[in-house]
Design a protein around this ligand. Structure first.
Ligand code: NAD
Length: 504
C-alpha cells in the first residue's frame, strides 16, 4: 500500500551504482513493526525511470565484472561471507522488526542464507568446463560457461534475508550483475546486504536494489538489458512474471506458492510426528513456503495424533519475537485478517475447529497483528481451507483410510513444493519418495529444505521454468554454455573440402 510521505519516519532507499538513492518516484510504501502494529518506516517506490537507472548501473558494471578473474570473485565472496557472518545478529533483528518472526527463527533464516554464500565461494570449481584433447585428429573440443549480463531478482516478504541470497551470490560469482526488487513489506534487509557487499569491496553497480511494487517489476520484465529473472512469490504472480519475462525473451525461473502435506502412517512414532506437525505448521506463524498446511492422518492415527498436537499447541507462547516467544505475529493487519477469515469459512464449510487461534492471548502489544495457532479436523478437499494457500498458522487435518488415498490426495493437489512422510517403514518411505509428485520430499523430516549444494524448488504450480534455485541448477541458470572446437594448424592438414566436417 502506498501513502503520503511522513517526514519524521526513516525512508528505506534504493541502492544504485554503489550507494543509497531515494530515487525520483513520488510514491512510498508503509513498513510496520508487526509485533506493535506501529508504522515505523516508509520505503521509496521506484518509478520506471529509477529502474532504468539501476539497470544502466548494472549494465555498465557488467562489462568489467564479467572479466574479473575467478580468484578475484571467490576472494570477494569469502570477504562478504565473513562480514555477513560476523554481523548476522543485526540482520536477524531487522527481519524480526519488519516481518515479525521470532529472533531465533530470523537467525536460522540468515544462517541458511550464509550457506548459499559459502557454496558460491567455490565458484572456480563450479564453473569448470570440460576438455577433450584430440576429439578429431589435431582438433580439441572444450566447453565453457559464461555470464548472461544484468539479471533481476524479485523476492517475497516471508524470507527477506534468505530468499534473495538463494540467487545473488551465485549470479555475481558467475560474473553477472544484479538488480534486486525485494518485498515492499520488509525492505531493509536488502539494503543491509548492499552495505555488506560495498564493505567487502564489490565494484559499484554489480549489486543494485530497487524498492517498490508492480511498477518496478513490470519495468524489469520488459527492460531489454535484463537478461534473466529469478522470482519467488505467490503462484498467480509467479505465472505472471514467467509469462511476462519469457515474452520479452528472458530466461525466467519463477517459484510460486505451496500447500504442503505431511502424511502420517499408522506405524509412525506419533510423538515425533506431533512435534514435527507443530514445528512445521506454526513456525514463522505458518508464513513459510515449506510450512506444513495439511496433515494427512492415515487411520487409525487421527484421534491420538490430534490429542498429542493439542497438548503441544497449548504450551506455545505467542508474542513479540524479541522477548522469547515461540511464534510471532503475522506480517500485516490485512494478511492477519485474511488468514483469520478462513476460521469462519472453515466452520461454515463443515470442518471441525479444534483449536481457535483467535482465543490466544499474545505476550505483546495489543495492536500487533496476532493470530494464535489454529487446528481444524475433518477437512475435506473441496473446502477452501484445503484448496487455498492460507499462509498463516492454520493446520488442517484430512483423515484418509490408507496409504494409497494419502498419495492420491498429495498428487492431486495443484501445488508440488514440499511434502513429508512420517513412518518407521523404510519400504513405504521409499515407495513414497518414488511415487510422490512434489519437488522436495522429507522422510521423518517435516521441512525438507535442501542444503545449498542441492537445488531448491517445487513441481507443478509451485515453479514455472526449468531451473530450481541454488546448487548446480543455480549455476546453470546464471550462465550459458559455449563449446569451442579448436585446431592449431598443422601445415600437413591444409586443403579445400566443402563437405560437412567429419571427425577423423
Ligand atoms: P507476492 O506474490 O505477493 O509478492 C512477491 C513479489 O512480487 C514481491 O516482490 C511483490 O512486490 C511482487 N508483486 C506483488 N504483486 C505484484 C503484481 N501484481 N505484479 C508484479 N509484482 C507483484 O508474495 P508474498 O506475499 O510476498 O510472499 C508469499 C508467497 O510467496 C506465498 O505464496 C509463498 O508460498 C511464496 N513463496 C514461495 C517460495 C518458494 O520457494 N516456492 C518461497 C517463499 C515464498
Amino acid at each position: 500500500m502506498t501513502s503520503h510521505v511522513v517526514p519524521v519516519l526513516p525512508l528505506v532507499p534504493h541502492w544504485i551504482g554503489g550507494r543509497a538513492d531515494v530515487g525520483s518516484g513520488k510514491r512510498v510504501g508503509d513498513v510496520y513493526d508487526p509485533s506493535t502494529g506501529k508504522l515505523t518506516k516508509q520505503v521509496a517506490f521506484a518509478s520506471s525511470a529509477d529502474v532504468d537507472q539501476a539497470v544502466a548501473a548494472a549494465a555498465s558494471a557488467f562489462s568489467d565484472w564479467r572479466h574479473s578473474s575467478l580468484s578475484q570473485r571467490s576472494k570477494l565472496l569469502f570477504a562478504f561471507r565473513e562480514l555477513a557472518n560476523e554481523r548476522a545478529g543485526e540482520l536477524a533483528e531487522i527481519v524480526t522488526s519488519e516481518h515479525g518472526k521470532v529472533l531465533d527463527d530470523a537467525l536460522g533464516e540468515v544462517s541458511r542464507g550464509l550457506e548459499v554464500i559459502e557454496f558460491a565461494c567455490g565458484i572456480p570449481q563450479l564453473l569448470k568446463g570440460s576438455y577433450s584433447e584430440n576429439a578429431s585428429t589435431n582438433l580439441d573440443v572444450y566447453s565453457i560457461r559464461q555470464p548472461l549480463g544484468p539479471v533481476a531478482i524479485i523476492s517475497p516478504f516471508n524470507f527477506p534475508a534468505m530468499v534473495p541470497v538463494w540467487f545473488f551470490p551465485i549470479a555475481i560469482a558467475c560474473g553477472n550483475t544484479v538488480v534486486l526488487k525485494p518485498s515492499e513489506k520488509d525492505p531493509s534487509a536488502s539494503i543491509w546486504w548492499a552495505e555488506r557487499w560495498a564493505e567487502a569491496g564489490l565494484p559499484p553497480g554489480v549489486f543494485n536494489v530497487v524498492q517498490g511494487d508492480k511498477v518496478a517489476v513490470d519495468r524489469l520484465l520488459e527492460h531489454p538489458n535484463i537478461k534473466a529473472v529469478s522470482f519467488v512469490g505467490s503462484t498467480p504472480i509467479a505465472r505472471y512474471v514467467y509469462e511476462g519475462g519469457t515474452r520479452h525473451g528472458k530466461r525466467v525461473q519463477a517459484l510460486g506458492g505451496a500447500k504442503n502435506h505431511m502424511v502420517v502412517l499408522p506405524d509412525a512414532d506419533l510423538d515425533l510426528a506431533a512435534d514435527a506437525a507443530v514445528n512445521a505448521g506454526f513456525g514463522s506463524a505458518g508464513e513459510r513456503c515449506m510450512a506444513i498446511a495439511v496433515l494427512v492422518a492415515v487411520e487409525p492415527v487421527a484421534d491420538e495424533l490430534i490429542f498429542k498436537i493439542c497438548e503441544r499447541m497449548a504450551r506455545l507462547k505467542v508474542g513479540d519475537g524479541r522477548c522469547g516467544a515461540d511464534m510471532g505475529p503475522l506480517v500485516t493487519k490485512a494478511h492477519r485478517d485474511k488468514v483469520a477469515s478462513y476460521l469462519d469459512s472453515g466452520v461454515a464449510e463443515g470442518a471441525e475447529l479444534v483449536a481457535d487461534g483467535r482465543n490466544t492471548i499474545p505476550d505483546g502489544d495489543t495492536d500487533g497483528f496476532w493470530l494464535g495457532p489454529t487446528l481444524f479436523d475433518k477437512v475435506t478437499p473441496e473446502m477452501s481451507l484445503y484448496t487455498d494457500e492460507i499462509f498463516g498458522p492454520v493446520l488442517s487435518v484430512v483423515r484418509v483410510a490408507n496409504y494409497d488415498a494419502a498419495l492420491e490426495l498429495v498428487n492431486s493437489n495443484p501445488y508440488g513444493n514440499g511434502t513429508a512422510i512420517f513412518t518407521n517403514d523404510g519400504g513405504a518411505a521409499r515407495r513414497f519418495q518414488n511415487d510422490v509428485e512434489v519437488g522436495m520430499v522429507g522422510i521423518n523430516v517435516p521441512i525438507p529444505v535442501p542444503v545449498s549444494y542441492y537445488s531448491f524448488g517445487g513441481w507443478k504450480s509451485s515453479l514455472f521454468g526449468d531451473s530450481h534455485a541454488h546448487g548446480v541448477e543455480g549455476v546453470h541458470f546464471f550462465t550459458r554454455g559455449k563449446v569451442v572446437t579448436s585446431r592449431w594448424l598443422d601445415p600437413s592438414r591444409g586443403g579445400i573440402n566443402l563437405g560437412f566436417p567429419q571427425n577423423t
